[in-house]
Design a protein. Structure first.
Length: 190
């Protein structure tokens, strides 16, 4: 099939490459880091007092979190598990259309975080779909005194989310297109 640009003698701009490798590579590295750190923390900090690092700026402190980020939705672990599965499915669905490196990096971080915490919810005590997430980084004080205790997966979700919001604010869509203010005004009829 011949496109209208080819018929008119105008060449279409080349389509940027898909960014699946960047998304998957980011997700694999961050997911592996999350798993390794959780294995090390549970093996070495179970029943131990918090470990003070960097003059008290950071503490390693094992906490088993039955809720979502910042310990919200405690008691709704099964629902959080379903939400994480939905996030993973949505990201996998978008991969064939993904052409923006910023979106690929952001989605890779979110995917790794969702998979990391989903792994805990599926395979850790007290049981499948009810497992508690292993959190272990406490900043400014032990036991989450000043800021909730978190893990590598939570960091991936947070940083990835910020990157995705930044890309959206800059008008960069996941498919590599650039949405300008004039295009937005035309689309909304302003």
């Amino acid at each position: 099939m011949v496109s209208s640009e080819e018929r008119d003698g105008v060449s279409a701009a080349p389509v940027p490459p898909r960014r699946a490798a960047l998304l998957v590579g980011t997700a694999v590295v961050v997911y592996a880091l999350d798993l390794v750190t959780k294995i090390l923390v549970t093996a070495n900090l179970e029943g131990e007092p918090p470990v003070r690092l960097l003059g008290g700026l950071v503490y390693l402190d094992l906490i088993r979190n039955p809720g979502a980020a910042f310990s919200m939705a405690t008691g709704m672990t099964w629902l959080l598990t379903l939400v994480a599965i939905g996030v993973v499915v949505a990201i996998v669905w978008i991969i064939p259309k993904l052409r923006s490196p910023g979106w690929a990096l952001g989605l890779g971080l979110v995917l790794a975080g969702a998979l990391g915490n989903l792994t805990d919810r599926l395979f850790r005590a007290p049981g499948a779909f009810q497992g508690h997430v292993v959190d272990f980084v406490s900043v400014f004080g032990p036991n989450g005194e000043y800021f909730p205790v978190f893990n590598v997966a939570d960091s991936g979700i947070s940083v990835g989310g910020v990157l995705i919001v930044l890309m959206a604010l800059l008008g960069r869509d996941y498919d590599g297109s650039l949405t300008t203010k004039s295009e937005k005004k035309a689309a909304t009829g302003e």
